[in-house]
Design a protein around this ligand. Structure first.
Ligand code: NA7
Length: 548
Protein backbone atom coordinates (compact mmCIF):
# COMPACT_ATOMS: atom_id res chain seq x y z
CA UNK A 1 0.00 0.00 0.00
CA UNK A 2 1.47 3.39 -0.94
CA UNK A 3 1.11 6.54 1.13
CA UNK A 4 -1.71 7.84 -1.08
CA UNK A 5 -3.91 4.96 -0.01
CA UNK A 6 -2.63 4.52 3.54
CA UNK A 7 -5.98 5.69 4.93
CA UNK A 8 -7.94 2.91 3.23
CA UNK A 9 -9.87 1.36 6.06
CA UNK A 10 -12.61 -0.82 4.67
CA UNK A 11 -11.86 -4.43 3.73
CA UNK A 12 -12.27 -5.23 0.04
CA UNK A 13 -15.27 -7.04 -1.37
CA UNK A 14 -15.25 -10.37 -3.14
CA UNK A 15 -14.86 -9.83 -6.92
CA UNK A 16 -18.33 -11.21 -7.69
CA UNK A 17 -20.61 -8.35 -6.69
CA UNK A 18 -20.74 -6.37 -9.93
CA UNK A 19 -23.50 -3.76 -10.11
CA UNK A 20 -25.29 -2.87 -13.38
CA UNK A 21 -23.37 0.37 -13.65
CA UNK A 22 -20.18 1.74 -12.26
CA UNK A 23 -21.88 5.13 -12.03
CA UNK A 24 -25.46 6.36 -12.23
CA UNK A 25 -25.95 10.10 -12.59
CA UNK A 26 -29.30 11.57 -11.63
CA UNK A 27 -30.22 14.52 -13.85
CA UNK A 28 -29.48 15.48 -17.45
CA UNK A 29 -29.13 19.22 -16.97
CA UNK A 30 -25.98 21.28 -17.31
CA UNK A 31 -24.27 19.21 -14.58
CA UNK A 32 -25.37 15.77 -15.72
CA UNK A 33 -24.42 16.45 -19.34
CA UNK A 34 -20.84 17.37 -18.47
CA UNK A 35 -20.52 14.58 -15.91
CA UNK A 36 -21.50 11.87 -18.37
CA UNK A 37 -19.10 13.34 -20.93
CA UNK A 38 -16.22 13.04 -18.45
CA UNK A 39 -17.15 9.49 -17.48
CA UNK A 40 -17.55 8.37 -21.10
CA UNK A 41 -14.08 9.78 -21.77
CA UNK A 42 -12.80 7.81 -18.81
CA UNK A 43 -14.31 4.63 -20.20
CA UNK A 44 -16.57 4.15 -17.19
CA UNK A 45 -19.81 2.23 -17.55
CA UNK A 46 -22.26 4.97 -16.66
CA UNK A 47 -25.77 6.16 -17.39
CA UNK A 48 -27.89 9.22 -16.69
CA UNK A 49 -31.45 8.96 -15.41
CA UNK A 50 -33.70 11.97 -15.82
CA UNK A 51 -37.39 12.29 -15.11
CA UNK A 52 -37.84 14.72 -18.03
CA UNK A 53 -38.80 13.73 -21.58
CA UNK A 54 -35.59 15.38 -22.84
CA UNK A 55 -32.35 16.91 -21.66
CA UNK A 56 -31.54 20.39 -20.42
CA UNK A 57 -32.83 20.36 -16.81
CA UNK A 58 -33.61 23.95 -15.84
CA UNK A 59 -33.50 24.97 -19.50
CA UNK A 60 -35.90 22.22 -20.48
CA UNK A 61 -38.53 23.10 -17.90
CA UNK A 62 -38.33 26.87 -17.52
CA UNK A 63 -39.74 27.89 -20.88
CA UNK A 64 -41.88 30.68 -19.51
CA UNK A 65 -41.99 33.90 -21.56
CA UNK A 66 -38.82 35.91 -21.15
CA UNK A 67 -36.75 33.17 -19.46
CA UNK A 68 -33.09 33.97 -19.98
CA UNK A 69 -29.61 34.09 -18.44
CA UNK A 70 -28.44 36.85 -16.30
CA UNK A 71 -24.87 35.62 -16.39
CA UNK A 72 -23.22 36.76 -19.63
CA UNK A 73 -23.81 33.95 -22.16
CA UNK A 74 -20.12 33.59 -22.96
CA UNK A 75 -19.29 33.19 -19.28
CA UNK A 76 -22.08 30.63 -18.77
CA UNK A 77 -21.33 28.07 -21.51
CA UNK A 78 -19.04 25.09 -20.96
CA UNK A 79 -15.33 25.86 -21.12
CA UNK A 80 -14.03 22.31 -21.50
CA UNK A 81 -13.93 22.09 -25.32
CA UNK A 82 -12.05 24.56 -27.47
CA UNK A 83 -13.86 23.28 -30.52
CA UNK A 84 -17.24 23.86 -28.88
CA UNK A 85 -16.26 27.39 -27.90
CA UNK A 86 -15.09 28.05 -31.43
CA UNK A 87 -18.20 26.78 -33.20
CA UNK A 88 -21.01 27.98 -30.91
CA UNK A 89 -22.21 31.56 -31.34
CA UNK A 90 -24.35 33.15 -28.64
CA UNK A 91 -26.69 35.60 -30.31
CA UNK A 92 -27.20 37.85 -27.27
CA UNK A 93 -25.18 38.92 -24.26
CA UNK A 94 -27.81 37.17 -22.13
CA UNK A 95 -29.31 34.33 -24.15
CA UNK A 96 -32.95 33.35 -23.91
CA UNK A 97 -34.14 29.91 -22.83
CA UNK A 98 -34.77 28.52 -26.35
CA UNK A 99 -31.20 29.27 -27.36
CA UNK A 100 -29.77 27.77 -24.18
CA UNK A 101 -31.81 24.63 -24.64
CA UNK A 102 -30.52 24.40 -28.22
CA UNK A 103 -27.02 24.77 -26.81
CA UNK A 104 -27.52 21.90 -24.32
CA UNK A 105 -28.79 19.73 -27.18
CA UNK A 106 -25.90 20.76 -29.40
CA UNK A 107 -23.40 19.72 -26.72
CA UNK A 108 -25.12 16.37 -26.16
CA UNK A 109 -25.26 15.68 -29.89
CA UNK A 110 -21.75 16.84 -30.61
CA UNK A 111 -20.30 14.49 -28.00
CA UNK A 112 -22.84 11.76 -28.71
CA UNK A 113 -24.15 11.71 -25.15
CA UNK A 114 -27.83 11.02 -25.77
CA UNK A 115 -27.32 7.28 -25.92
CA UNK A 116 -26.09 7.41 -22.33
CA UNK A 117 -29.17 9.21 -21.03
CA UNK A 118 -32.44 7.54 -20.08
CA UNK A 119 -35.38 9.93 -20.10
CA UNK A 120 -38.77 9.66 -18.36
CA UNK A 121 -36.92 7.91 -15.55
CA UNK A 122 -38.18 9.27 -12.27
CA UNK A 123 -36.17 7.89 -9.39
CA UNK A 124 -38.22 7.25 -6.29
CA UNK A 125 -35.58 5.71 -4.06
CA UNK A 126 -31.84 5.19 -3.83
CA UNK A 127 -30.75 2.78 -1.15
CA UNK A 128 -27.17 1.90 -0.29
CA UNK A 129 -26.51 -1.79 0.13
CA UNK A 130 -23.59 -2.31 2.48
CA UNK A 131 -23.08 -5.95 1.54
CA UNK A 132 -22.52 -5.26 -2.13
CA UNK A 133 -21.28 -1.70 -1.66
CA UNK A 134 -23.62 -0.43 -4.29
CA UNK A 135 -26.73 1.68 -4.64
CA UNK A 136 -30.08 0.16 -5.47
CA UNK A 137 -32.12 2.63 -7.46
CA UNK A 138 -35.84 2.25 -7.99
CA UNK A 139 -37.84 4.14 -10.61
CA UNK A 140 -41.48 5.11 -10.59
CA UNK A 141 -42.19 2.73 -13.48
CA UNK A 142 -40.94 -0.22 -11.43
CA UNK A 143 -37.56 -0.61 -13.12
CA UNK A 144 -34.42 -0.89 -11.07
CA UNK A 145 -30.72 -0.21 -11.45
CA UNK A 146 -27.71 -0.92 -9.30
CA UNK A 147 -24.53 1.12 -9.38
CA UNK A 148 -21.29 1.42 -7.46
CA UNK A 149 -21.33 5.20 -7.36
CA UNK A 150 -24.27 7.56 -7.39
CA UNK A 151 -23.85 11.14 -8.58
CA UNK A 152 -26.71 13.54 -8.03
CA UNK A 153 -27.04 16.37 -10.55
CA UNK A 154 -30.62 17.19 -9.67
CA UNK A 155 -30.26 20.96 -9.48
CA UNK A 156 -30.70 23.47 -6.68
CA UNK A 157 -33.84 24.96 -8.27
CA UNK A 158 -35.73 22.13 -9.89
CA UNK A 159 -38.67 21.33 -7.63
CA UNK A 160 -41.31 24.00 -8.33
CA UNK A 161 -43.75 24.91 -5.61
CA UNK A 162 -47.29 26.10 -6.09
CA UNK A 163 -48.73 28.54 -3.59
CA UNK A 164 -50.65 27.20 -0.64
CA UNK A 165 -53.75 29.21 -1.36
CA UNK A 166 -57.22 27.87 -0.70
CA UNK A 167 -59.27 27.09 -3.78
CA UNK A 168 -56.28 26.81 -6.11
CA UNK A 169 -57.67 23.72 -7.79
CA UNK A 170 -61.06 25.32 -8.33
CA UNK A 171 -59.91 27.88 -10.92
CA UNK A 172 -61.71 27.28 -14.22
CA UNK A 173 -59.30 29.19 -16.47
CA UNK A 174 -55.80 28.14 -17.43
CA UNK A 175 -53.03 28.17 -14.87
CA UNK A 176 -49.31 27.49 -15.19
CA UNK A 177 -46.31 27.35 -12.92
CA UNK A 178 -43.45 29.07 -14.73
CA UNK A 179 -41.25 25.98 -14.34
CA UNK A 180 -43.91 23.75 -15.93
CA UNK A 181 -44.66 25.96 -18.88
CA UNK A 182 -46.33 24.25 -21.86
CA UNK A 183 -44.37 23.69 -25.06
CA UNK A 184 -47.16 25.13 -27.18
CA UNK A 185 -47.29 28.94 -27.21
CA UNK A 186 -49.79 30.44 -24.77
CA UNK A 187 -52.09 32.98 -26.43
CA UNK A 188 -52.26 36.06 -24.25
CA UNK A 189 -54.02 38.37 -26.71
CA UNK A 190 -56.95 40.10 -25.05
CA UNK A 191 -56.68 37.84 -21.97
CA UNK A 192 -57.00 38.85 -18.35
CA UNK A 193 -53.84 37.51 -16.79
CA UNK A 194 -52.63 37.28 -13.18
CA UNK A 195 -49.03 36.75 -12.11
CA UNK A 196 -48.38 35.71 -8.52
CA UNK A 197 -44.75 36.21 -7.51
CA UNK A 198 -42.14 38.84 -8.23
CA UNK A 199 -38.82 36.99 -7.92
CA UNK A 200 -36.36 36.73 -10.82
CA UNK A 201 -38.84 34.56 -12.72
CA UNK A 202 -41.89 36.74 -12.10
CA UNK A 203 -39.98 39.83 -13.20
CA UNK A 204 -38.90 38.24 -16.49
CA UNK A 205 -42.43 36.98 -17.15
CA UNK A 206 -44.17 40.23 -16.28
CA UNK A 207 -41.96 42.47 -18.41
CA UNK A 208 -42.34 40.10 -21.37
CA UNK A 209 -46.10 39.55 -21.40
CA UNK A 210 -47.30 43.00 -20.33
CA UNK A 211 -47.56 44.24 -23.91
CA UNK A 212 -49.20 41.02 -25.16
CA UNK A 213 -52.01 40.56 -22.67
CA UNK A 214 -55.36 42.30 -22.52
CA UNK A 215 -54.90 43.12 -18.84
CA UNK A 216 -52.22 42.09 -16.36
CA UNK A 217 -52.56 42.04 -12.59
CA UNK A 218 -49.37 41.46 -10.61
CA UNK A 219 -49.81 40.05 -7.13
CA UNK A 220 -46.74 41.08 -5.17
CA UNK A 221 -46.05 39.92 -1.64
CA UNK A 222 -42.42 41.01 -1.16
CA UNK A 223 -40.95 43.48 -3.64
CA UNK A 224 -37.42 42.66 -4.77
CA UNK A 225 -34.65 45.05 -5.68
CA UNK A 226 -34.09 44.76 -9.42
CA UNK A 227 -31.46 46.31 -11.69
CA UNK A 228 -31.25 46.69 -15.48
CA UNK A 229 -29.90 43.76 -17.48
CA UNK A 230 -28.89 45.86 -20.52
CA UNK A 231 -29.07 42.90 -22.85
CA UNK A 232 -28.19 43.29 -26.50
CA UNK A 233 -27.40 41.36 -29.66
CA UNK A 234 -23.81 40.30 -30.17
CA UNK A 235 -22.48 41.76 -33.42
CA UNK A 236 -19.85 40.06 -35.59
CA UNK A 237 -16.97 42.11 -34.25
CA UNK A 238 -17.89 41.43 -30.62
CA UNK A 239 -18.41 37.76 -31.48
CA UNK A 240 -14.85 37.56 -32.79
CA UNK A 241 -13.52 39.37 -29.72
CA UNK A 242 -15.39 36.96 -27.42
CA UNK A 243 -13.96 33.94 -29.20
CA UNK A 244 -10.46 35.34 -29.14
CA UNK A 245 -10.88 36.25 -25.48
CA UNK A 246 -12.36 33.03 -24.07
CA UNK A 247 -9.12 32.19 -22.28
CA UNK A 248 -9.25 35.52 -20.49
CA UNK A 249 -13.00 35.32 -19.77
CA UNK A 250 -12.73 31.95 -18.06
CA UNK A 251 -9.53 32.89 -16.26
CA UNK A 252 -11.40 35.87 -14.87
CA UNK A 253 -14.33 33.74 -13.78
CA UNK A 254 -11.86 31.51 -11.94
CA UNK A 255 -10.55 34.47 -9.97
CA UNK A 256 -13.80 36.12 -8.93
CA UNK A 257 -15.75 35.43 -5.78
CA UNK A 258 -18.80 33.82 -7.39
CA UNK A 259 -17.38 32.94 -10.84
CA UNK A 260 -19.04 35.85 -12.64
CA UNK A 261 -16.97 38.11 -14.84
CA UNK A 262 -17.62 40.92 -12.35
CA UNK A 263 -15.06 41.59 -9.64
CA UNK A 264 -15.91 43.47 -6.42
CA UNK A 265 -14.42 46.94 -6.12
CA UNK A 266 -11.68 46.84 -3.45
CA UNK A 267 -12.98 50.07 -1.88
CA UNK A 268 -15.57 50.42 0.85
CA UNK A 269 -18.64 52.56 0.14
CA UNK A 270 -17.47 55.27 2.54
CA UNK A 271 -13.90 55.39 1.30
CA UNK A 272 -15.04 57.69 -1.49
CA UNK A 273 -16.86 61.02 -1.50
CA UNK A 274 -20.65 61.17 -1.82
CA UNK A 275 -20.28 62.45 -5.38
CA UNK A 276 -17.87 59.67 -6.34
CA UNK A 277 -20.14 57.05 -4.82
CA UNK A 278 -23.14 58.39 -6.72
CA UNK A 279 -21.16 58.43 -9.96
CA UNK A 280 -19.99 54.85 -9.36
CA UNK A 281 -23.54 53.62 -8.73
CA UNK A 282 -24.73 55.48 -11.82
CA UNK A 283 -22.03 53.78 -13.88
CA UNK A 284 -22.91 50.33 -12.52
CA UNK A 285 -26.63 50.92 -13.10
CA UNK A 286 -25.83 51.66 -16.73
CA UNK A 287 -23.71 48.54 -17.26
CA UNK A 288 -24.61 45.00 -18.29
CA UNK A 289 -25.37 42.21 -15.90
CA UNK A 290 -24.58 41.60 -12.26
CA UNK A 291 -21.86 44.26 -11.95
CA UNK A 292 -24.04 46.33 -9.65
CA UNK A 293 -24.37 43.31 -7.36
CA UNK A 294 -21.09 41.42 -7.74
CA UNK A 295 -18.82 44.27 -8.83
CA UNK A 296 -19.94 46.85 -6.30
CA UNK A 297 -18.10 48.22 -3.23
CA UNK A 298 -16.71 45.37 -1.17
CA UNK A 299 -18.88 46.12 1.87
CA UNK A 300 -22.40 46.60 0.49
CA UNK A 301 -23.43 43.02 1.29
CA UNK A 302 -22.00 42.97 4.81
CA UNK A 303 -22.34 46.48 6.18
CA UNK A 304 -25.79 47.84 6.84
CA UNK A 305 -24.82 51.48 6.32
CA UNK A 306 -22.92 50.76 3.12
CA UNK A 307 -25.88 48.75 1.91
CA UNK A 308 -28.25 51.62 2.67
CA UNK A 309 -26.36 53.83 0.19
CA UNK A 310 -26.97 51.51 -2.75
CA UNK A 311 -30.52 50.72 -1.59
CA UNK A 312 -31.29 54.46 -1.50
CA UNK A 313 -29.79 54.90 -4.95
CA UNK A 314 -31.89 52.12 -6.49
CA UNK A 315 -35.01 53.33 -4.66
CA UNK A 316 -34.52 56.72 -6.32
CA UNK A 317 -34.23 55.00 -9.70
CA UNK A 318 -37.51 53.18 -9.10
CA UNK A 319 -39.22 56.46 -8.19
CA UNK A 320 -37.86 58.03 -11.39
CA UNK A 321 -38.96 55.17 -13.59
CA UNK A 322 -42.47 54.64 -12.22
CA UNK A 323 -44.90 57.46 -12.91
CA UNK A 324 -47.45 56.81 -10.15
CA UNK A 325 -45.50 57.41 -6.95
CA UNK A 326 -47.93 55.30 -4.88
CA UNK A 327 -47.05 52.36 -7.10
CA UNK A 328 -43.33 53.21 -6.96
CA UNK A 329 -43.40 53.10 -3.17
CA UNK A 330 -44.98 49.66 -3.27
CA UNK A 331 -42.22 48.41 -5.56
CA UNK A 332 -39.46 49.51 -3.18
CA UNK A 333 -38.43 46.78 -0.73
CA UNK A 334 -38.62 47.76 2.94
CA UNK A 335 -37.65 44.56 4.72
CA UNK A 336 -34.28 43.86 3.10
CA UNK A 337 -31.41 45.74 1.56
CA UNK A 338 -30.28 45.76 -2.05
CA UNK A 339 -28.62 42.50 -3.11
CA UNK A 340 -29.44 40.58 0.06
CA UNK A 341 -31.81 38.39 -1.92
CA UNK A 342 -31.04 37.08 -5.39
CA UNK A 343 -31.08 40.17 -7.60
CA UNK A 344 -33.53 39.95 -10.52
CA UNK A 345 -32.16 41.65 -13.60
CA UNK A 346 -34.80 43.42 -15.66
CA UNK A 347 -35.56 45.01 -18.99
CA UNK A 348 -38.04 47.87 -18.62
CA UNK A 349 -39.68 46.02 -15.71
CA UNK A 350 -40.52 49.16 -13.76
CA UNK A 351 -41.92 50.87 -16.86
CA UNK A 352 -44.48 48.06 -17.11
CA UNK A 353 -46.31 49.70 -14.21
CA UNK A 354 -46.78 52.87 -16.29
CA UNK A 355 -48.98 50.95 -18.73
CA UNK A 356 -52.75 51.35 -18.63
CA UNK A 357 -53.28 47.59 -18.84
CA UNK A 358 -51.15 46.71 -15.80
CA UNK A 359 -52.12 46.83 -12.14
CA UNK A 360 -50.04 46.06 -9.06
CA UNK A 361 -51.75 44.47 -6.08
CA UNK A 362 -49.77 44.72 -2.87
CA UNK A 363 -50.50 41.56 -0.92
CA UNK A 364 -49.04 43.08 2.23
CA UNK A 365 -51.99 45.49 2.20
CA UNK A 366 -54.65 43.23 0.73
CA UNK A 367 -53.72 39.53 1.07
CA UNK A 368 -55.14 36.84 -1.17
CA UNK A 369 -58.03 35.12 0.61
CA UNK A 370 -58.64 32.42 -1.95
CA UNK A 371 -58.53 31.41 -5.57
CA UNK A 372 -62.04 31.13 -6.96
CA UNK A 373 -63.39 29.41 -10.08
CA UNK A 374 -63.31 32.85 -11.80
CA UNK A 375 -60.08 34.27 -10.45
CA UNK A 376 -58.59 35.59 -7.21
CA UNK A 377 -60.21 37.13 -4.17
CA UNK A 378 -58.17 39.42 -1.96
CA UNK A 379 -59.28 40.96 1.33
CA UNK A 380 -60.37 43.94 -0.75
CA UNK A 381 -61.98 42.65 -3.93
CA UNK A 382 -62.68 39.90 -6.44
CA UNK A 383 -60.63 39.67 -9.67
CA UNK A 384 -61.66 37.68 -12.75
CA UNK A 385 -58.93 36.04 -14.88
CA UNK A 386 -58.52 33.87 -17.95
CA UNK A 387 -55.00 32.82 -16.97
CA UNK A 388 -53.14 32.64 -13.65
CA UNK A 389 -49.36 32.34 -13.73
CA UNK A 390 -47.65 31.04 -10.62
CA UNK A 391 -44.13 32.46 -10.50
CA UNK A 392 -43.88 31.16 -6.97
CA UNK A 393 -40.44 29.59 -7.03
CA UNK A 394 -38.93 26.34 -5.89
CA UNK A 395 -38.36 24.11 -2.93
CA UNK A 396 -34.76 25.17 -3.31
CA UNK A 397 -31.46 23.37 -2.72
CA UNK A 398 -32.71 20.42 -0.67
CA UNK A 399 -36.17 20.07 -2.23
CA UNK A 400 -35.12 17.71 -5.02
CA UNK A 401 -33.32 15.47 -2.53
CA UNK A 402 -36.39 15.37 -0.30
CA UNK A 403 -38.43 13.95 -3.17
CA UNK A 404 -36.23 10.86 -3.39
CA UNK A 405 -36.06 8.32 -0.60
CA UNK A 406 -32.27 8.36 -0.17
CA UNK A 407 -30.95 5.90 2.40
CA UNK A 408 -27.33 5.43 3.27
CA UNK A 409 -25.54 2.99 5.57
CA UNK A 410 -27.71 1.25 8.18
CA UNK A 411 -30.86 2.52 6.47
CA UNK A 412 -30.24 6.12 7.55
CA UNK A 413 -32.48 8.54 5.66
CA UNK A 414 -30.99 11.67 4.11
CA UNK A 415 -34.22 13.53 4.84
CA UNK A 416 -33.75 12.80 8.55
CA UNK A 417 -30.08 13.69 8.54
CA UNK A 418 -30.94 17.07 6.99
CA UNK A 419 -34.04 17.72 9.07
CA UNK A 420 -32.52 20.76 10.77
CA UNK A 421 -30.59 21.83 7.68
CA UNK A 422 -28.12 20.15 5.36
CA UNK A 423 -24.87 18.66 6.63
CA UNK A 424 -22.26 17.96 3.98
CA UNK A 425 -18.60 17.37 3.38
CA UNK A 426 -17.41 20.04 0.89
CA UNK A 427 -20.97 20.16 -0.42
CA UNK A 428 -19.98 17.06 -2.36
CA UNK A 429 -20.61 14.19 0.03
CA UNK A 430 -22.44 13.30 3.24
CA UNK A 431 -20.99 10.96 5.86
CA UNK A 432 -22.99 7.78 6.19
CA UNK A 433 -24.04 7.97 2.53
CA UNK A 434 -21.13 6.12 0.98
CA UNK A 435 -20.37 6.19 -2.73
CA UNK A 436 -22.65 9.19 -3.26
CA UNK A 437 -21.40 12.47 -4.68
CA UNK A 438 -23.46 15.60 -5.24
CA UNK A 439 -23.09 18.22 -7.97
CA UNK A 440 -24.48 21.60 -6.92
CA UNK A 441 -25.73 20.03 -3.72
CA UNK A 442 -26.24 22.06 -0.54
CA UNK A 443 -23.16 23.89 0.80
CA UNK A 444 -21.64 24.51 -2.61
CA UNK A 445 -21.31 27.93 -4.16
CA UNK A 446 -24.16 29.11 -6.36
CA UNK A 447 -23.02 32.14 -8.39
CA UNK A 448 -22.33 31.48 -12.06
CA UNK A 449 -23.45 27.89 -11.81
CA UNK A 450 -21.76 26.18 -14.83
CA UNK A 451 -18.38 27.35 -13.59
CA UNK A 452 -19.00 25.64 -10.24
CA UNK A 453 -20.41 22.62 -12.05
CA UNK A 454 -17.33 22.18 -14.21
CA UNK A 455 -15.10 22.29 -11.15
CA UNK A 456 -17.25 19.83 -9.16
CA UNK A 457 -17.56 17.43 -12.09
CA UNK A 458 -13.80 17.47 -12.58
CA UNK A 459 -13.27 16.85 -8.86
CA UNK A 460 -15.77 14.00 -8.74
CA UNK A 461 -14.30 12.50 -11.92
CA UNK A 462 -10.85 12.66 -10.33
CA UNK A 463 -12.17 10.80 -7.31
CA UNK A 464 -13.75 8.12 -9.47
CA UNK A 465 -10.55 7.72 -11.45
CA UNK A 466 -8.73 7.30 -8.14
CA UNK A 467 -11.10 4.55 -7.02
CA UNK A 468 -10.65 2.74 -10.34
CA UNK A 469 -6.89 3.02 -10.26
CA UNK A 470 -6.78 1.74 -6.71
CA UNK A 471 -9.53 -0.84 -7.23
CA UNK A 472 -11.66 0.68 -4.50
CA UNK A 473 -15.34 -0.02 -4.09
CA UNK A 474 -16.15 2.15 -1.10
CA UNK A 475 -15.76 5.78 -0.17
CA UNK A 476 -17.37 7.85 2.50
CA UNK A 477 -16.89 11.20 4.19
CA UNK A 478 -16.13 11.07 7.89
CA UNK A 479 -18.49 12.41 10.52
CA UNK A 480 -15.77 14.82 11.58
CA UNK A 481 -15.19 16.04 8.01
CA UNK A 482 -18.90 16.62 7.55
CA UNK A 483 -19.25 18.44 10.86
CA UNK A 484 -16.22 20.63 10.12
CA UNK A 485 -17.41 21.64 6.66
CA UNK A 486 -20.94 22.30 7.93
CA UNK A 487 -19.56 24.51 10.72
CA UNK A 488 -17.31 26.29 8.24
CA UNK A 489 -20.21 27.02 5.88
CA UNK A 490 -22.31 28.30 8.78
CA UNK A 491 -19.47 30.54 9.95
CA UNK A 492 -19.08 32.00 6.46
CA UNK A 493 -22.76 32.86 6.37
CA UNK A 494 -22.68 34.57 9.76
CA UNK A 495 -21.60 38.07 8.72
CA UNK A 496 -23.71 38.38 5.61
CA UNK A 497 -26.76 40.63 5.46
CA UNK A 498 -28.39 38.01 3.20
CA UNK A 499 -28.30 35.51 6.07
CA UNK A 500 -30.75 37.72 7.97
CA UNK A 501 -33.31 37.76 5.17
CA UNK A 502 -35.99 35.24 4.25
CA UNK A 503 -35.45 33.87 0.74
CA UNK A 504 -34.94 30.59 -1.05
CA UNK A 505 -31.23 31.11 -0.39
CA UNK A 506 -31.85 30.85 3.34
CA UNK A 507 -34.10 27.85 2.91
CA UNK A 508 -37.43 29.65 3.37
CA UNK A 509 -40.46 28.60 1.34
CA UNK A 510 -43.85 29.64 2.69
CA UNK A 511 -45.51 26.95 0.57
CA UNK A 512 -43.60 23.99 1.97
CA UNK A 513 -44.29 22.47 5.37
CA UNK A 514 -41.26 22.73 7.63
CA UNK A 515 -39.39 25.34 5.57
CA UNK A 516 -40.15 28.38 7.67
CA UNK A 517 -36.89 28.49 9.62
CA UNK A 518 -33.76 29.95 8.08
CA UNK A 519 -30.91 27.57 7.44
CA UNK A 520 -27.46 27.88 5.92
CA UNK A 521 -27.92 25.97 2.69
CA UNK A 522 -25.22 27.42 0.45
CA UNK A 523 -21.50 28.04 0.64
CA UNK A 524 -20.93 31.77 0.73
CA UNK A 525 -17.15 31.88 0.78
CA UNK A 526 -15.13 32.60 -2.32
CA UNK A 527 -14.98 30.15 -5.19
CA UNK A 528 -11.15 30.25 -5.32
CA UNK A 529 -10.99 29.36 -1.60
CA UNK A 530 -13.46 26.54 -2.17
CA UNK A 531 -11.45 25.12 -5.05
CA UNK A 532 -8.19 25.39 -3.05
CA UNK A 533 -9.77 23.37 -0.24
CA UNK A 534 -11.09 20.66 -2.58
CA UNK A 535 -7.82 20.56 -4.55
CA UNK A 536 -5.91 19.95 -1.33
CA UNK A 537 -8.14 16.99 -0.51
CA UNK A 538 -7.50 15.47 -3.94
CA UNK A 539 -3.76 16.15 -3.71
CA UNK A 540 -3.62 14.26 -0.41
CA UNK A 541 -5.00 11.14 -2.09
CA UNK A 542 -8.38 11.88 -0.51
CA UNK A 543 -6.86 11.32 2.91
CA UNK A 544 -9.91 12.82 4.62
CA UNK A 545 -12.20 10.12 3.23
CA UNK A 546 -12.80 6.58 4.39
CA UNK A 547 -11.88 4.39 1.45
CA UNK A 548 -11.93 0.68 0.86
P1 NA7 B 1 -38.42 33.16 -5.96
O1 NA7 B 1 -37.30 34.07 -6.09
O2 NA7 B 1 -38.46 32.25 -4.78
O3 NA7 B 1 -39.75 34.04 -6.01
C1 NA7 B 1 -40.99 33.49 -5.74
C2 NA7 B 1 -41.99 34.63 -5.67
O4 NA7 B 1 -43.28 34.10 -5.43
C3 NA7 B 1 -41.71 35.60 -4.54
O5 NA7 B 1 -42.02 36.88 -4.98
C4 NA7 B 1 -42.66 35.13 -3.45
O6 NA7 B 1 -42.99 36.10 -2.51
C5 NA7 B 1 -43.86 34.75 -4.28
N1 NA7 B 1 -44.73 33.81 -3.62
C6 NA7 B 1 -44.47 32.52 -3.27
N2 NA7 B 1 -45.54 31.97 -2.67
C7 NA7 B 1 -46.49 32.93 -2.64
C8 NA7 B 1 -47.81 32.94 -2.13
N3 NA7 B 1 -48.33 31.86 -1.55
N4 NA7 B 1 -48.50 34.09 -2.24
C9 NA7 B 1 -47.96 35.17 -2.84
N5 NA7 B 1 -46.73 35.21 -3.33
C10 NA7 B 1 -45.99 34.10 -3.23
O7 NA7 B 1 -38.55 32.22 -7.23
P2 NA7 B 1 -38.16 32.52 -8.75
O8 NA7 B 1 -38.68 31.40 -9.56
O9 NA7 B 1 -38.53 33.88 -9.12
O10 NA7 B 1 -36.60 32.49 -8.74
C11 NA7 B 1 -35.89 31.40 -8.19
C12 NA7 B 1 -34.51 31.36 -8.77
O11 NA7 B 1 -34.55 30.64 -10.01
C13 NA7 B 1 -33.94 32.67 -9.15
O12 NA7 B 1 -33.39 33.33 -8.07
C14 NA7 B 1 -32.95 32.31 -10.21
O13 NA7 B 1 -31.73 31.95 -9.62
C15 NA7 B 1 -33.57 31.14 -10.89
P3 NA7 B 1 -42.13 36.21 -1.13
O14 NA7 B 1 -40.82 36.78 -1.56
O15 NA7 B 1 -41.99 34.80 -0.62
O16 NA7 B 1 -42.91 37.08 -0.27
Amino acid sequence: MDTATAHIVQPKLPETSEPDWEVVILGAGVGGIYQIKRLVDLGVKATVLDLSPDLGGTWYWNRYPGARFDSESYSYGYSFSKELLEEWEWSEHFAGQPETLRYCNHVADKFDLRRDIQFRSRVTSAIFDEDTRSWRIALEDGSKHTCRFLITAIGPLSTPTLPRIEGRESFKGKSFHTAHWPKEPVDFAGKRVAVIGTGATGVQTIQTIASEVGHLTVFQRTPNWCAPLHNGKIDAETQAAIKAGYGEIFARCQETFACFIHTPDPRGAFEVSDAEREAFYEKLYGERGFGIWQGNFKDILVDRKANATISDFVARKIRQRVTDQRVAEKLIPRNHGFGTRRLPLETFYYEVYNRDNVELVDLMETPIERITPQGIRTSEREFAFDIIIFATGFDAITGSFDKIDVRGAHGAMLRDKWKRGPETYLGLMVDGFPNMMMLMGPHTALGNIPRSIEYSVDWVTGLIRFTLENKLTFLDATAEGTADWTDHVKALGAGLLSSEVNSWMTGINSNVEGKQTRIVARYSGSAPAYRARCDAVAASGYAELRLG
